[in-house]
Design a binder for this molecule. Structure first.
Ligand code: NAP
Length: 248
């Protein structure tokens, strides 16, 4: 059965890998991105080559009007959305909390918390059977940082992901009666561009010795878990926080 899925931050990394796996199932995917149009267009092409349909939608998840527009554009192109991957997220350079600026906190929480909550709210408004939706699955990208705390590095980021865990638990109960399952994935060290954006491109490999499976994970390995949570194969799973972290 064909499905319409919206993935935030799907131009690169984990979101891109999930979009391509959706394409392999013949699903239609709204590929949101922040600024890298070239990467977003490459994802669209890859989804189409995999057998799905796709459009790219620029938008900042921290801006309410952009979030509404990305849902509208996806539904206009492909019909009612039945799956959302709340994936867009940022880190910032590693440092102690004592050295962080208020501007850094503002942006971190605007994207990772307010952005994710706006995407979750639109999902509830559009997919809830109480509001004319068809029900479906919301998959939130948390992080192992939510339970590790990321001392000396990303205590702000870790807290932003803690909020995602709490939202997942509450919203899974709130939306179960209206046909929406809500789960979170907590990736560990995954080899994507996110580490370079925090100023440490080799971070996933440098810290690999702390991982029981002794290596970083790949975006595809996280995407496989996302696809399982989107699909009916996980029909009895809601409110789960699924670690995809090599045992860390
Ligand atoms: P990534 O490679 O850095 O890619 C980030 C994606 O998010 C890009 O597509 C980027 O778009 C988009 N994006 C950034 N800010 C945005 C905004 N304000 N609005 C809309 N889109 C935005 O990241 P990733 O490693 O795949 O991470 C994906 C998710 O997994 C994040 O929530 C992250 O916190 C979480 N996670 C990652 C790891 C890891 O080790 N990689 C571990 C735990 C959790 P542009 O291409 O346009 O910039």
């Amino acid at each position: 059965m064909t499905r319409t899925i919206l993935i935030t931050g799907a131009s690169r990394g984990i979101g891109r890998a999930a979009a391509i796996l959706c394409g392999r199932r013949g699903w239609s995917v709204g590929v949101n991105y922040a600024g890298n149009e070239q990467a977003a267009m490459a994802t669209v092409t890859a989804v189409e080559e995999a057998g799905g349909k796709s459009i790219a939608i620029q938008g900042d998840v921290a801006i309410e009007a952009d979030v509404i527009r990305m849902f509208e554009a996806t539904e206009k192109a492909f019909g009612p959305i039945t799956g959302v991957v709340n994936n867009a997220g940022i880190v910032a350079p590693g440092m102690k909390l004592a050295d962080m600026t208020a501007e850094r906190f503002t942006r971190m929480f605007a994207v990772n918390v307010t952005g994710a909550y706006l995407v979750a709210r639109e999902t509830a408004r559009r997919m809830g059977t109480d509001r004319g939706g068809k029900g479906g699955s919301l998959v939130n990208l948390s992080s192992a940082a939510a339970r590790l705390g990321s001392p000396n590095e990303y205590v702000d980021y870790a807290g932003s992901k803690g909020a995602i865990d709490s939202m997942t638990i509450g919203l899974s109960k709130e939306l179960a009666p209206v046909g929406i399952r809500v789960n979170a994935i907590r990736p560990g060290l995954i080899d994507t561009d996110i580490h370079a954006s925090g100023g440490a491109p080799d971070r996933a490999f440098r810290l690999a010795s702390m991982v029981p499976l002794a290596r970083p994970g790949t975006a595809d390995e996280v995407a496989n878990a996302i696809l399982w949570l989107l699909s009916d194969e996980s029909a009895y799973v809601t409110g789960a926080l699924l670690d995809v972290s090599g045992g860390r």
